[in-house]
Design a protein around this ligand. Sequence first.
Ligand code: GAR
Length: 207
Amino acid sequence: MLKLVVCVSGGGTNLQAIIDAITDKRITNAEIVGVISNNKNAYALERAKNHGIPAYCISPKDFASREQFNQAFLQKMQELDPGLIVLAGFLVVLPETMIKSYHNRIINIHPSLIPSFCGTGFYGLKVHEGALKRGVKTTGATVHFVDEGTDTGPIILQKAVMVEADDTPEILQKRVMEQAEWEIMPKAIDLIANDKIEVKDGIVWRK
Ligand code: GAR
């Protein structure tokens, strides 16, 4: 059974999609052993508690330095001992030691078709604002492994979503979540939990 730790910062609809997929057996061989948020007001923490999943808040605001926060975050992660760390709307830059210790065992969901509208500064609504400003007709979401860069790791799954004429960033964000994120995030976890993919030279292949 693959042990998952899900890291969240906000509403937690992707966390909910993972919980639902485990319940419906669209994800098999995996269980969530903990949810970590950097934000004590994140509704995602409530979602975890409602499902009996241990939920923790570790906020940079509660530590004197970034180093101390990183230390506490790493220590909690080591205690939970996940086989896979899932970043589901987690808006904190991971400590480099965590990325190294969990090589190809951390995944992230990004709300665009990488390499468009990604990298530093592109998160949440800003991604959709960028897509609308550029006038793209198709956008989507990407699940990828996390490496030392920002949104640069090997791509696991992507799904395209149409942009409509009168979209606002909020409307587009909702469509991308509904039509892409909540589908490909659980699917990627199921592929990993059932040992269906491998990474070779930075590219993800089906086994
Ligand atoms: C999602 O749209 C996710 O793709 C995005 O934050 C949102 C979290 O929503 N992540 C990023 O922008 C990462 N760069 P949720 O809390 O409802 O799952």
